[in-house]
Design a protein around this ligand. Structure first.
Ligand code: DON
Length: 306
């Protein structure tokens, strides 16, 4: 990164993203998410050397949704290691995050851990070690940002009441043997996990091990082996933004994860984490303003890894 002050960069980014409001739509297939105002915008930067800078609604909690898939995968890989990869792949899917078309052709093994099928497989894996994988993920994320976090029961119920596509995915995977537990309980656990509430500031802190070789400067503990950290970043770079990951890499150039609550987190290896929130999504389920903000941040600071 150039020696520009981060607060100045954030102020500039906040101006540059203004024309992008109103171009996307808040998620409505989880009805509770449609109640969040599209005008929200927050951004937080946490550096590996302890700097923390925020702008806008960076301290307001929102539904982090698929961003939790990174914590869940980290937990599964820490506990099961490479055995995880017998039940989920490492390739971009080229299909929307909630599709099941590839699953049948590929013997029920999801392409990667970030599409819904892959995340359901990871939840199933975590169910081998705990009755409540969502609480495990919540507590791990809370440990990483040194705060007590909550799962929003209204968001979880709102998703579960409409989770027909995820139920179809889970049933197919149960039939093929990828899932070992009852598909309905896997879907319920997954919906609870996705309903975790976090702010941009908390996300930037919690993702810091991915920028710091596996060490959490917040928790003062190594949480991932360094090699696993590189591998998680590789998965984020190639699969973290689903079927628009190529366009996102072209524009932003950082390992990143999106969620349909409008959050996007980007890792600048060795340096920092940037978390942004703005609820209006593009047709791929990624925040429109969030992507524009990260693109501007990456260009101004020249921090792309590519
Ligand atoms: O399963 C779902 O559809 C949601 N709980 C999570 C999807 C999501 O966040 C996709 N990311 N942009």
């Amino acid at each position: 990164m150039k020696a520009l002050s981060i607060p100045d960069v954030l102020a500039e980014v906040a101006v540059l993203v203004k024309p992008h409001f109103g171009k996307g739509r808040t998620a409505d297939y989880i009805p509770q998410l449609a109640t969040v105002p599209g005008t929200k915008f927050g951004m937080a930067v946490r550096t590996v050397d302890g700097g923390e800078h925020v702008i806008g609604d960076a301290d307001e909690g929102f539904s982090v949704q698929s961003i939790t898939k990174v914590f869940a995968l980290g937990l599964a890989l820490n506990r099961l290691g490479d055995e995880t990869w017998t039940r989920v792949g490492k390739e971009p899917s080229g299909t929307p995050f909630n599709h099941l078309s590839l699953l049948e052709a590929e013997q029920g093994v999801p392409r990667n851990p970030f599409i819904n099928a892959g995340a359901l497989a990871v939840t199933d894996i975590l169910m081998d070690v705990t009755k409540d994988p969502a609480a495990l993920v919540r507590d791990f994320a809370g440990f990483l940002c040194d705060e007590r976090l909550e799962i929003d029961p209204t968001v979880a119920a709102s998703e579960l009441a409409n989770a027909w596509q995820n139920r179809a995915i889970a049933s197919l995977m149960r039939g093929k043997g990828t899932l070992h537990h009852d598909p309905e309980s896997v879907v319920a656990a997954y919906c609870r996990q996705c309903a975790l509430t976090m702010s941009c500031r908390q996300l930037a802190r919690a993702f810091l091990p991915l920028a710091a070789g596996g060490f959490s400067p917040v928790a003062q503990e190594t949480v991932f082996p360094e090699r696993l950290t590189r591998r998680l970043n590789a998965l984020l770079l190639t699969c973290g933004i689903y079927d628009s990951v190529g366009n996102f890499a072209y524009r932003v150039g950082l390992p990143s994860k999106s969620g349909v609550g409008g959050g996007v987190v980007s890792v600048i290896p060795g340096k920092a984490v940037v978390a942004v929130w703005s609820p209006e999504l593009d047709r791929f389920g990624t925040s429109v303003v969030g992507t524009a903000a990260l693109e501007a941040f990456s260009q101004i600071t020249n921090c792309s890894v590519l």
